[in-house]
Design a protein around this ligand. Structure first.
Ligand SMILES: Cc1ncc(COP(=O)(O)O)c(C=O)c1O
Length: 416
């Protein structure tokens, strides 16, 4: 495999080969990552990448799109049935472009968006001052309770009445609780705002019925396709028919040129996989694993932000462990446990070396790990945090992690 690449470009080949080995030999606990299926990888590496397909099915600007039309129509109809949506646009290149497309479709520059503060679990594209969108729109942020994660809807309502947002945004990045979409909708209706949910992290849990689906209630829903949904890197917008024209126009020609047909094909495959009964089992297990990991960490005196988890991720506040998020991330990587450092609510440290780490169970669940393995992972995390300067100890844990990774192989059939 990759024989042509090996001959043509040995340098790129070597990196890909090492990346495959890294993925095989480590346990991926990054909440936003996963292992896409071989079918998804095949679609991504297909000849569809050669085609320009500006426009939408049967309304293209270039000839030769009969089969790309078929692929995109398949992806659209599968996305609609998966999420129970009136309309789907499968062209956004990723999550950030999908969110920008919604803002562009529904708002005028300077309009106000009400969204969750980044430090409480929101995403950069929900108005962080370091993003370009924060210069185009006026973002006002609500917060979640630091201890319980509960969103105070009395505060959200008061903010909405005062700030008069045109759009209210729910759906987050580092947030471990269920979301009360009905309350957001009630408040949005009071002030005449659009409702938008960004379900990038939890889309796979939603389609499996493991979390609430905002699609019927909200005007528009965005998601990435590569997190719990386990597809190719990409974006997806679902919306009510009444705003479908605005959304489509904002994606193309508003913001993008030609879609990426290889990615459309891989999205179609991903949606087909997510429609299967086995996907429901996988999503159920993701939540069970996250709950088991949370319990095992609490037992070891770790501080879990918001107290516990109701989805696929948990955020750990490391303040009581006398180690920073970056030090913890680096030490865990040494033993083959891959996590990301993360800011916590009211963090006093900087984003590049914050006080927390975020841990997710989607990828290890794809690999086949169950609750008993979460106990082992919690034990290793604890030992690494307590012995982060003891290289001999880290080497010993590394061997155990590798052993578990090899017991639950990923991409067995792939050998670059
Ligand atoms: C909630 C949320 N929205 C949007 C994005 C952006 O997605 P992408 O990195 O594909 O642009 C992310 C990515 O982490 C996310 O968590």
């Amino acid at each position: 495999m990759l024989d042509h690449l090996k001959k043509t470009d040995p340098e790129t080949y070597a990196f890909l080969q090492q990346e495959l080995e890294r993925q095989k030999n480590t346990l991926n606990l990054i909440a936003s990552e996963n292992y896409a299926s071989l079918a998804v990888l095949e679609a991504l590496g297909s000849v569809a990448t050669n085609k320009y397909a500006e426009g939408y099915p049967s309304r293209r600007y270039y000839a030769g799109n009969t089969y790309i039309d078929g692929i995109e129509a398949l992806a659209i109809s599968r996305a609609k049935s998966l999420f129970n949506a009136e309309h789907a646009n499968v062209q956004p290149l990723s999550g950030a472009p999908a969110n920008l497309a919604v803002y562009t479709a529904l708002l005028k520059p300077g309009d106000t968006i009400l969204s969750l503060d980044l430090n409480y679990g929101g995403h950069l594209t929900h108005g962080s001052p370091v993003t370009a969108v924060s210069h185009f729109y006026r973002f006002v942020h609500y917060k979640a309770d630091k201890k319980t994660g509960k969103i105070d809807f009395v505060e959200v309502e008061a903010l909405a009445k005062k700030e008069k947002p045109k759009l209210i945004l729910a759906g987050y990045s580092s947030y471990s609780k269920e979301i009360d979409y009905k309350e957001f909708k009630r408040i949005a209706d009071l002030v005449g705002a659009y409702t938008m949910a960004d379900i990038s992290h939890i889309a796979g849990l939603i389609v499996a019925g493991e979390m609430q689906n905002p699609t019927l209630l909200f005007d528009v829903v965005t998601t990435t396709t590569h997190k719990t949904l386990r597809g190719p890197r990409g974006g997806l917008i679902l919306c009510k028919e009444k705003i479908a024209f605005l959304i489509d126009k904002a994606v193309f020609p508003g913001l993008q040129g030609g879609p990426h047909p290889h990615s459309l094909a891989a999205k179609a495959v991903c949606f087909q996989e997510a429609l299967q009964p086995a996907f429901r089992q996988y999503a159920k297990q993701i939540k069970k694993n996250a709950a088991a990991l949370c319990k095992a960490l609490l037992k070891r005196n770790f501080t879990i932000v918001f107290g516990n988890t109701e989805n696929h991720l948990l955020l750990i506040d490391l303040t009581n462990k006398n180690i920073s998020g970056k030090q913890a991330q680096d030490s865990l990587e040494k033993v083959g446990l891959i996590v990301n450092k993360n800011v916590i609510p009211e963090d006093t440290r900087k984003p590049l070396d914050p006080s927390g780490i975020r841990i997710g169970t989607p990828a290890v669940t794809t690999r086949g790990l169950k609750e008993e393995h979460m106990e082992m992972i919690a034990q290793w995390i604890d030992e690494v945090i307590q012995n982060s300067n003891d290289d001999a100890k880290l080497t010993q844990i590394h061997r155990q992690v590798q052993k578990l990774a090899q017991q639950f192989p990923i991409y067995k059939e792939l050998n670059y």
